[in-house]
Ligand binder design. Structure first.
Ligand SMILES: Nc1ncnc2c1ncn2[C@@H]1O[C@H](COP(=O)(O)OP(=O)(O)O)[C@@H](O)[C@H]1O
Ligand SMILES: [Mg+2]
Length: 251
C-alpha cells in the first residue's frame, strides 16, 4: 500500500496511550485509504476501543499523530473532528434515553450545523431537519417509533438508531465499535445489510468480534494484541497469517 499520505483517509502514526503503568496502545500505526473497509480485531483488552477513542478525540494520546485526509487532527476536539467528517458509534450506547427517537436524531443532525447555537431561530427553519430525521429512521426501519421514547426501545433497536445517527451525518470516516454485539441473528443481518449499503464516499473502520459477519464486509484487517499491531493487510492474507491464528483464533 504505497500511497502518498495526503491521499489517505486516516493515517495514525506511532500512537501511544497508557493508563498509569498500563500501556494500552503501543506504537500503533495505520494507513487507511478513502473508501476502504477496515476491520480491527483482537482479544478483549487489546486496546481497540482506546484506539478509536484517540482517533475520535475522546482521549488524548500520550504521543503520536493522527491525520485525516492529510490534516493533522491530533490536537483537535471531538467536535472539530466531527466537523471534518468523522463520526462514530460507541461500544456502550450513548443516546438520550428519556427523549424521543425523532428528537435524538434531530439533535444529532443539529450538532453539525454551523448555526448550532442559533436556537432563537424559528422552529420552522429546522423543519428540513425533522424530514431528514424521518428519512434516517426509515432507513433503519424505526420510523414507526419516531415519537416514542428511546428508553422504550429494545437493545438491538437502540444499536440501529445509533448507527443511523452516525450515518445521518454523512461522515467521510465512520468508526463502528462492535456494531453487531448483543444482537439477535435477525438484527445482525439487518445491521450487516445497513453497513454493506454505506456509500464508498465513506471510509469505514469497524471493530468486531463476529468474524463470520464482519469478514464479509472487510477488505483489510488489522490485528491488535496488547496494544500493538501484530498483522495488518489484505483480509485473506491476515486471516491466513500464522500470527493471527496464534493470537486470535487460538489455533
Ligand atoms: N479510562 C481507562 N482507564 C484505565 N484503564 C483503561 C481505560 N480505558 C481502558 N482501559 C484499559 O485498557 C485496556 C484496553 O481496553 P480497551 O481499549 O477497551 O480494549 P478492547 O476494546 O480491545 O477490548 C483494558 O485493560 C482496559 O481495562
Ligand atoms: Mg472495546
Amino acid at each position: 500500500m504505497n500511497v502518498p499520505s495526503s491521499s489517505l483517509a486516516l493515517e495514525v502514526t506511532d500512537l501511544n496511550k497508557a493508563f498509569g503503568g498500563l500501556k494500552v496502545t503501543q506504537g500503533v500505526s495505520l494507513s487507511i485509504r478513502p473508501g476502504e473497509r477496515r476491520l480491527i480485531i483482537g482479544p478483549n483488552g487489546a486496546g481497540k476501543t482506546t484506539l478509536f477513542n484517540q482517533i475520535s478525540g475522546d482521549l488524548r494520546p500520550n504521543s503520536g499523530r493522527i491525520r485525516m485526509f492529510g490534516e493533522d487532527v491530533t490536537r483537535l476536539s471531538p467536535y472539530q473532528r466531527a466537523h471534518r467528517g468523522l463520526s462514530r458509534t460507541y461500544q456502550i450506547i450513548t443516546l438520550f434515553g428519556g427523549d424521543t427517537l425523532e428528537h435524538n436524531v434531530t439533535l444529532g443532525l443539529l450538532g453539525l450545523l454551523p448555526s448550532r447555537w442559533q436556537m432563537w431561530r424559528p422552529l420552522s427553519s429546522y423543519r428540513h431537519l425533522v424530514t431528514e430525521a424521518h428519512r434516517t429512521l426509515d432507513s433503519v426501519g424505526l420510523l414507526h417509533l419516531a415519537g416514542h421514547s428511546v428508553s422504550e426501545l429494545a437493545y438491538g433497536e437502540k444499536r440501529r438508531l445509533e448507527l443511523a445517527m452516525a450515518l445521518a451525518q454523512k461522515p467521510r470516516v465512520l468508526l463502528l465499535d462492535e456494531p453487531l454485539a448483543g444482537l439477535s441473528d435477525g438484527e445482525r443481518a439487518t445491521v450487516k445489510a445497513l453497513v454493506a449499503s454505506i456509500s464508498k464516499d465513506t471510509t469505514v473502520v469497524m471493530i468486531e468480534h463476529d468474524m463470520d459477519t464482519a469478514l464479509d464486509l472487510a477488505e483489510t484487517v488489522t490485528l491488535l494484541n496488547y496494544g500493538r499491531v501484530i498483522v495488518d493487510g489484505e483480509r485473506d492474507q491476515v486471516i491466513a497469517d500464522e500470527r493471527t491464528r496464534e493470537v486470535y483464533l487460538g489455533a
